[in-house]
Design a protein around this ligand. Structure first.
Ligand SMILES: Nc1ncnc2c1ncn2[C@@H]1O[C@H](COP(=O)(O)OP(=O)(O)OP(=O)(O)O)[C@@H](O)[C@H]1O
Length: 624
């Protein structure tokens, strides 16, 4: 901006200098030169100053009065322009530049690539406020704007497919269920890539398909949670639904308004509240000033603003900092203020993008209560990396990865479909587990471990002297009633103080889904990570793989070679990384071995790095 401003200043200075020396306001020059030159107001201003100078250079000169603004001074023998004409030109060019500024402001893409069509003003909807024009994205230069379409693929998950069918049916009938607040119809978003325009051609980085066709109905009075690893596309979905970034394909209908239409988007903006992922606050404004500003933007009557702001501040526990500038707030205080801004003015739809990031546990729970209360009478879309938050607040959850929904449903449904089963926690009474009382070792655990193994064929996942944790697969479900009945009857005999049975956690579901997505994409793209085996060697394995065969381990004793189970965890950024691996075990006899690399980009690997071969989990599970 500084460079542009400085350039305009230099150009203005030069053109005025040229005007002062007589160009083009004399008979020597054609009239169309003067017309073109006069389109730039500083040139006219320079000419007007010249005329005034000529009219007042000596005490005898008469000057310029209203009565003589249409007359030239005697110092101008070739009188081609008067002060009156200059006034007319200045007024006309003011309107011309003003209209052009509005026009270019509409058609030049903003920071997020949103723009209107070049002929938006020809659409009657623009003037009548009905229908509106289509919101466009990308540059007005065609070589910069074209992006390849997203490849259409059917969802592999039955619930995601069922949701898509429900939306498609209502879309065809165009009668949206009144309980639906938002209907997302095949939303796609492709970032066009960055462009470097050379003198002859455009150079661009490849486009990126951030969202690849999402179909979903979001109900009123419910909180819909979007989960997914970093880069899954959650924020992009929110940005598309709030009009921050234009959608590439599909549509979304929010309370009857399409996000593709400029008027629809204007209506949507009036009924939504947004807490963006990164706080957009003014350092110089206080908390009260922020809330009062947003309350008046949302159209709250001035008489109510003070009370509403006070209530909002109390809800997010910021009353003590009401008159403190936001620039001196801690990260957690800024998030709370952003949440309060999103909820002010009673919006019908609220987007909360990772609202509790950086909050301490007490404040976080308090904000959860606020969000829970806020569900009444509105729909909420939440993204979070906290599985606890998702579990507590969500009515429905969708897990996204690589721009697609991988699963959708209630927390219980996801846990029962994608979790490994049930978790049983067995706590032992103090008498048996306290050191020095009954036993110093953990021999009291053995009968229970045996009991679990004999009846359910499961070994403990975690153990210490006072508790055992078992993961029980779904397929053992029919045995569980009698099993736990018997365990309860023998509680005293085993020294058990407490038995807890629950579904596996949402975190486990999340990791399973993320792993599956990583596996798919690594197969397609060739993403490999190094697995350092405890035996000392290293192999490359596809990200997210569970069972992997180790090349070069075939021996007389183990003719099929050895394999390991790889354990994964999410790092702080939400990406999958290796947490460890199981001991190396012989590959079972009837596992089908496909040693051919399934990866397309082996050439990019360091030379001589062995690549583990993937063994389908179903083949291993069939063994047990
Ligand atoms: N303006 C942009 N131009 C190009 N690519 C972008 C742009 N914004 C986002 N992306 C890419 O789109 C993908 C999805 O990004 P998005 O921010 O929606 O992910 P997310 O699921 O919200 O991640 P996080 O959990 O880290 O917030 C990422 O790979 C990101 O790099």
């Amino acid at each position: 901006a500084t460079t542009v401003g400085f350039s305009i200043f230099i150009i203005g200075f030069l053109t005025q200098l040229v005007t002062t020396f007589g160009f083009p306001y004399s008979d020597t020059y054609k009239s169309y030169y003067r017309a073109i030159w006069s389109l730039f107001p500083p040139n006219l201003f320079a000419k007007a100053v010249n005329i005034l100078g000529d009219a007042t250079s000596t005490p005898e000169d008469p000057g310029v009065s209203w009565g003589r603004i249409n007359q030239c001074t005697y110092r101008e023998p070739d009188c081609v322009i008067t002060i009156e004409t200059i006034y007319k030109w200045l007024i006309t060019t003011f309107f011309v530049w003003f209209i052009l500024a509005i026009y270019f402001d509409n058609i030049i893409p903003n920071a997020n690539g949103v723009r209107k069509s070049a002929f938006y003003f020809l659409n009657p909807g623009y003037w009548t406020g009905r229908g509106g024009t289509k919101v466009r994205e990308g540059s007005i230069c065609s070589c910069m704007g074209s992006t390849p379409p997203v490849e259409e693929t059917s969802p592999t998950d039955e619930d995601v497919l069922a949701e898509e069918m429900v939306v498609k049916q209502t879309k065809e009938g165009d009668d949206i269920d009144p309980s639906v607040a938002v209907q997302v119809r095949g939303l796609t978003k492709t970032y066009p890539g960055t462009v470097n325009a050379g003198c002859c051609k455009c150079k661009r980085t490849s486009p990126y398909h951030a969202v690849k066709g999402i179909w979903v109905n979001l109900a009123k009075d419910q909180l819909f949670c979007l989960l997914g690893p970093n880069g899954a596309g959650k924020t992009t979905v929110i940005n598309c639904l709030t009009g921050i970034t234009p959608i590439t394909g599909g549509d979304a209908i929010i309370y009857g308004n399409s996000v593709r239409s400029s008027i629809g988007m204007a209506n949507i903006r009036r009924m939504i509240g947004v807490c963006p992922q990164f706080d957009i606050l003014w350092d110089a404004l206080t908390a009260v000033e922020h809330l009062a500003l947003f309350a008046s933007i949302k159209g709250l009557p001035h008489t109510e603003i003070k009370a509403v702001v006070g209530k909002s501040l109390a809800e997010v526990k910021l009353t003590h900092a009401a008159h403190v500038r936001a620039g001196s707030f801690s990260g957690g205080m800024k998030r709370r203020l952003s949440v309060a801004i999103a909820l002010i003015g009673d919006p019908k739809l609220v987007f909360l993008d990772e609202p509790t990031t950086g909050m301490d546990p007490i404040t976080r729970r308090h904000v959860w209560d606020i969000i829970e209360d806020a569900k009444k009478g509105r729909a909420i879309v939440l993204t979070t990396h906290s599985m606890e938050e998702a579990d507590i607040l969500s009515d429905r959850i969708a897990i996204m990865a690589k721009g697609k929904f991988r699963c959708i449903g209630t927390s219980i449904r996801l846990k029962s479909r994608f979790g490994t089963g049930y978790i049983a926690n067995i706590n032992f009474s103090a008498a048996t587990s306290l050191p020095g009382v009954a036993s110093r070792d953990d021999s009291h655990l053995e009968p229970v471990k045996r009991f679990f193994y004999e009846r359910l064929r499961v070994k403990p996942k975690e153990e210490n002297k006072s508790f055992l944790t078992f993961v029980i697969p779904h397929e053992k479900e029919p045995l569980l009633t009698s099993f736990f009945g018997e365990l309860q009857d023998r509680e005293r005999e085993f020294g058990i103080s407490d038995i807890q049975l629950g579904l596996t956690t949402l975190e486990e579901v999340f990791l399973n889904i993320a792993k599956q997505a990583e596996l798919e994409s690594s197969a397609a793209e060739g993403t490999l990570v190094t697995l350092n085996l405890t035996s000392g060697t290293s192999i490359q394995v596809p990200k997210g793989v569970r069972f992997v065969g180790i090349p070069g381990t075939e021996s007389e004793e183990n003719p099929r070679g050895l394999m390991v189970e790889v354990f994964w965890e999410a790092d702080d950024a939400g990406s999958l990384c290796i947490a460890g691996h199981s001991p190396e075990t012989p590959i079972p006899a009837n596992v089908e071995l496909n040693r051919a690399p399934s990866l397309s980009r082996r050439a990019s690997l360091p030379r001589g790095t062995p690549v583990g071969f993937v063994i389908e989990p179903s083949q291993i599970q069939n063994q047990s």
